[in-house]
Design a protein around this ligand. Structure first.
Ligand SMILES: Cc1cc2nc3c(=O)[nH]c(=O)nc-3n(C[C@H](O)[C@H](O)[C@H](O)COP(=O)(O)OP(=O)(O)OC[C@H]3O[C@@H](n4cnc5c(N)ncnc54)[C@H](O)[C@@H]3O)c2cc1C
Length: 493
């Protein structure tokens, strides 16, 4: 029987990034995925001629973040990212860019002037506290606001909170609000990366697949801007890191500079990882890991319908579910994992028979009244995602788990057609997805799991092992931390 260096449980983006990075450090890796497809929440598929993603996605921190570090160091093929564009707010009577700096706040007339001044003061105060190292991850957005704001302003802050954490403004931390709106940026530089992971003997040569095969289409603008941001980034520039976030709020905070949407859809990110995998990685789908095998407190392999053996096991399913597949975990550890908070989201995809005026922009929009949504007309990034002359848009809602899925779906369609009355007659494809967007929601009380477990040589990776940033960026952070733990434990080189 084959013995592997590492078995990775789960072939979502975290599991595949784990397999890619570890294999490039010389490991022989087996990836076991319980469903028939790889990719987990990071994938795209066709519905009636439209290519939908698993949820609407904006990939964050592309300039100096962890995904960029992994791409630079381990990918052979790079996805090409389109500029994200802007976030907008839609109401019944208007459509405006979300304010991202002081100047825009002053003219943002969707909220009463008095409230805007108070909100700007609250953000400045939070940034100042964060600058001086005060931990704002346990302070709720609601508690940091004065209590005499208009209902409209509370609805606005509440809707943004829901899209950043899946929870209300009472459960969403100020830190989450600051990082989610890019006022405070997480970053990993090459130097920091090498301290964590240790330098590889032969740095990976990276090239853009589109640069090599579709030269005339190569998208330079985001690349140029990334360089610009990198040069201005807090760690590399002479501006002290601490004050960069305040100056960003006071002067400019262009999220498009650091965020992107992958050309050819979300599966382009997945495909870049898959194409970069060396032959030493084996993937098996339809293989649910039902048990992690241990011997004297040490992981030795896993069991699906058969047993597989390895020196190390990396588990990237829900950390909460770990106690179901491994015996004898300490009670305190099981309780800790039980404290992980999850939320559910509903994405409604609408394929439209023509391009409509309301979606004549690049970026996304938020509707914050009654039933809030976050929507993206994604075929505006890449027209190949919809049949010629048609348009594709995704609308994301937070699901109320106390109500039935059917009533949540109905409520979602009602909200879409209330916000965009002209759209209904153009719908020729509709498709719904209910998913858990991140394995752990970032709330003021929610827990996260450690990369290391009480079982020797059993590691966790994925979005419930790191509370920084969002989704795929967070998955990338977790992989860097996992590599760091392997390195410290003498398991990497
Ligand atoms: C609606 C929505 C919107 C989102 N928006 C964004 C966004 O704007 N930006 C962003 O960066 N991210 C976003 N995300 C989140 C992002 O897609 C996910 O965080 C990321 O894809 C999670 O990757 P993962 O590998 O950690 O987990 P998953 O994708 O959940 O992968 C885990 C895999 O493990 C498998 N598995 C579990 N248990 C077992 C077992 N016992 N045996 C074998 N296999 C197992 C599962 O089948 C799955 O394939 C969004 C997600 C959704 C749904």
């Amino acid at each position: 029987m084959d013995k592997y260096d590492v078995i990775v449980v789960g072939a979502g983006i975290s599991g595949l990034l784990a397999a890619l990075t570890l294999s490039k450090h010389g490991k022989k890796v087996l990836v076991l995925e319980k469903t028939e497809h790889v990719g987990g929440n990071c994938n795209s598929y066709m519905v009636d001629g439209f290519q939908v993603d698993t949820g609407a996605h904006a990939i964050t921190h592309l300039a100096v973040g962890p995904l960029k570090m992994l791409m630079d160091n381990y990918f052979d093929y790079m996805p090409v990212f389109e500029d994200y564009g802007n976030y907008h707010i839609r109401t019944e009577n208007s459509f405006q860019k979300v304010p991202s700096n002081l100047k825009e706040f002053v003219t943002f007339d969707m909220l009463p002037k008095k409230d805007r001044i108070v909100l700007a003061q609250a953000i400045t105060k939070a940034l100042t506290l964060s600058t001086f190292g005060v931990n704002l991850s346990k302070q709720s957005a609601y508690d940091s606001l004065p209590n005499n704001l208009s209902n409209n302003t509370y609805d606005f802050v509440d809707a943004i909170s829901h899209f950043l954490s899946g929870k209300s403004m009472k459960e969403t931390s100020v830190h989450r609000m600051l990082t989610g709106s890019s006022f405070v940026r997480d970053s990993v530089t090459q130097e920091q990366f090498e301290i964590i992971v240790g330098s590889k003997e032969t740095p990976q040569h990276t090239e853009s697949i589109l640069q090599s095969i579709l030269r005339s289409n190569f998208h330079t603008s985001l690349g140029t801007r990334l360089t610009e941001v990198l040069e201005l980034s807090p760690i590399k520039s002479s501006i002290p890191h601490a004050f960069a976030s305040i100056s960003r709020f006071a002067i400019s905070n262009d999220t498009a500079k650091a965020q992107g949407y992958p050309r050819r859809g979300l599966k382009a990110v997945l495909n870049s990882v898959l194409h970069s995998l060396p032959d030493t990685v084996e993937i098996q789908t339809d293989s649910e890991v039902k048990r992690i095998l241990t011997n004297e407190g040490k992981a030795i392999g896993v069991e699906t319908d058969q047993a597989y053996y390895a020196d190390i096991v990396v588990y990237t399913g829900f950390a909460k579910n770990l106690p179901d597949i491994i015996e004898d975990l300490p009670r305190s550890y099981v309780d800790e994992l039980g404290g992980i908070v999850q939320t559910k989201s509903l994405t409604v995809w609408l394929g439209l028979d023509k391009k409509i005026d309301e979606f004549n922009y690049i970026g996304s929009e938020i509707w914050f009244k009654d039933t809030p949504y976050w929507a993206m007309p994604i075929s505006n990034y890449d027209s190949s995602l919809a049949p010629k002359g048609k348009q594709l848009a995704g609308f994301v809602f937070v699901v109320d788990e106390n109500r039935s899925e059917g009533s949540e779906i109905k409520k979602a369609y009602d909200a879409i057609y209330h916000a965009l009355p002209s759209i209904e007659k153009h719908v020729e494809m509709q498709h719904e997805q209910i998913t858990i967007p991140e394995k752990a929601a970032v709330t003021i009380s929610g827990k996260f799991a450690d990369i290391r477990t009480p079982i020797k040589n059993l590691y966790l990776a994925g979005t419930d092992t790191d509370n920084r940033s969002m989704g795929i960026t967070r998955a990338a952070y977790s992989i860097i931390e996992m590599l760091g733990a392997f390195n410290e434990d003498g398991n990497l080189h």
